[in-house]
Write a protein that binds this ligand. Sequence first.
Ligand code: NAD
Ligand code: UDP
Ligand code: UDP
Length: 310
Amino acid sequence: MRILVTGGAGFIGSHLIDRLITDGHEVICLDNFYTGHKRNILKWLNHPYFELIRHDITEPIRLEVDQIYHLACPASPVHYQYNPVKTVKTNVMGTLNMLGLAKRVKARFLLASTSEVYGDPEVHPQTEDYRGSVNPIGLRSCYDEGKRIAETLSFDYYRQNKVEIRVARIFNTYGPRMFENDGRVVSNFIVQALQGIPLTVYGEGTQTRSFCYVSDLVEGLMRLMNGDYVGPVNLGNPDEYTILELAQAVQNLVNPNAEIKFEQLPSDDPRRRRPDITKAKTLLNWEPTIPLQEGLKLTVEDFRDRIKSD
Ligand code: NAD
Ligand code: UDP
Ligand code: UDP
């Protein structure tokens, strides 16, 4: 199959491309390198089944493909809030263009949506039928509301134009190739511990997240794309940790003497987040297999190599 991956030079996209090419597919990677990096896909640049196109998805493009994994969008709060209007354009105009493309060539289209559509949830753990508690005018809205309209667009193209869509609601994902300056909690803590500077815990560190290792996530995305269930479906690891527990896990792994420093909690920071993955388990026969300790170890090794060679 010929498969388009938008945002393929990013963290999750590049891991997905590794799997798709290894499975024998032809892959087109579309990326504007806003947060993505060529080094993530370097090993495929001369591969006969790989093609890289530098393109911003807010502009139309015509391609011939069988499947589209639509991942292009900055995912870390630091990056998506740097230029919020651009984040909205990427989610609205970018998703519209990719759905228009899917419609024209009759390709199956998978949207990488997010647990952020649930906002600061009143329901715990989050099931797919929970409609969310999102602030439409806050600092996170460009991303949260952007993804909500991306889901709306996907379902309208499905109902109106019979585009074959799949919608994944991805929960916090981590692993090798996260950017050092990404600003997300796992990369921040690992870089800080390796550099011997204090780990920055925002607020009191009592807020929770559930962290999924990237290879598990990629497996879930591929099962969703190739199965019959449209979604939306939660993909994430249901093991829930406080941010302080995560800091301690990184301390234990990298540097037990690393200090912890408490900083101000950003506005609209969700207090709890954990996926209910009953749907993914029953409909996709999927569940995560890599526990946090193991995934963190693999991630630390990757950061250690990179920070040494920088
Ligand atoms: P990332 O920032 O590493 O990757 C995003 C990629 O999209 C980058 O390569 C970037 O250059 C590209 N991009 C951004 N805007 C673009 C545009 N206008 N045109 C073309 N390319 C553009 O992020 P990631 O962690 O790999 O996330 C991938 C997808 O998964 C995103 O859609 C994100 O919202 C979703 N997601 C990620 C997580 C997570 O924890 N990592 C959680 C929920 C959802
Ligand atoms: N589009 C694209 N590539 C294609 C087909 C469509 O980028 O191969 C864009 C197109 O420019 C439009 C959007 O996708 O802005 C939606 O396309 P659709 O055909 O659904 O709507 P229309 O063009 O009729 O507004
Ligand atoms: N966080 C933190 N220290 C950091 C970065 C993030 O305590 O250096 C917290 C942040 O406030 C949030 C959680 O960790 O409560 C997860 O943040 P991240 O940006 O990784 O993802 P998201 O908030 O989008 O889930």
